[in-house]
Design a protein. Structure first.
Length: 249
């Protein structure tokens, strides 16, 4: 990773923070992008460039990536990690929820990737890693918008991988199962609110989805991202790699 410039969106916590730390530890110059500049700076990642931006806002994305290039040079690695999920039965999913979910999870990846793919292709090297979800590979009840968005991310990954296959650029998706992050904590809170179960019971319900009987750790996802970003992974492209303890095969 020495000398490579990596941009990690949604880098303020959870998987994004773990990815940023892992890439920095391996020698990459890292730009962390997120909506809260305070949260990004609180990571105290030495040498990192912190950028406040909303991936669903085209102008904010353009400004944010321009700042990244001005600070640390051309971008070699993009990790599209920013995302959000809202749960609701399909019949009660509003158009606003639907559009908001697709804007952050799918359109955000599109906008950010457009900022870097041309330069990567011209220089003959680049890595785009989309942090999708097992929701890109299967369905989950009560999160139809999220599943639709993540399935879209996987389609974007596969199509773009073919377009840039001869240009030294790879595009892959990493698909974590339930991971020990704020996302899970919010899911636990929602289960408690809607079912009356205790936090322990709600968490156990999520853990039971994983055949290993545990939550995935953010660092485990980060190490898969690191592998895909390395020069030795140049033949891996257009793939969806599940990090889910055997939940999907």
């Amino acid at each position: 990773m020495n000398g490579l410039h990596a941009v990690v969106t949604g880098g303020g916590s959870g998987i994004g923070a773990a990815v940023a730390r892992t890439l920095a530890r391996e020698g990459a110059r890292v730009t962390i992008l997120g909506r809260s500049i305070e949260r990004l700076r609180a990571l105290e990642l030495a040498g990192a460039h912190c950028v406040s931006a909303d991936v669903a806002d085209p102008e904010s994305v353009r400004t944010g990536f321009r700042s990244a290039v001005e600070a640390l040079g051309p971008i070699d690695i993009l990790v599209n990690n920013a995302g959000q999920v809202e749960s609701a039965p399909f019949a009660r999913t509003t158009l606003e929820q639907w559009q908001r979910t697709l804007a952050v999870n799918l359109t955000g990846a599109f906008l950010c990737t457009q900022q870097v793919i041309g330069g990567m292709s011209e220089r003959g090297f680049g890595r785009v890693v989309n942090v999708a979800s097992t929701a890109a590979l299967k369905g989950y009840a009560y999160v139809t918008a999220y599943c639709a968005a993540k399935h879209g991310v996987l389609g974007l990954t596969r199509a773009l991988a073919l377009e840039v296959a001869r240009r030294g650029v790879t595009v892959n998706a990493v698909c974590p199962g339930y991971t020990d992050t704020e996302f899970v904590e919010r899911a636990v809170a929602q289960i408690r609110e809607k079912t009356g179960r205790s936090a322990e019971q709600a968490r156990a319900e999520l853990v039971a989805v994983n055949p290993q009987g545990r939550l995935v750790q953010p660092e485990e996802v980060a190490h898969v991202v690191l592998w895909l970003c390395q020069h030795d992974a140049s033949s891996i492209t257009g793939q969806a790699i599940a990090v889910a303890g055997g939940e999907v095969m």
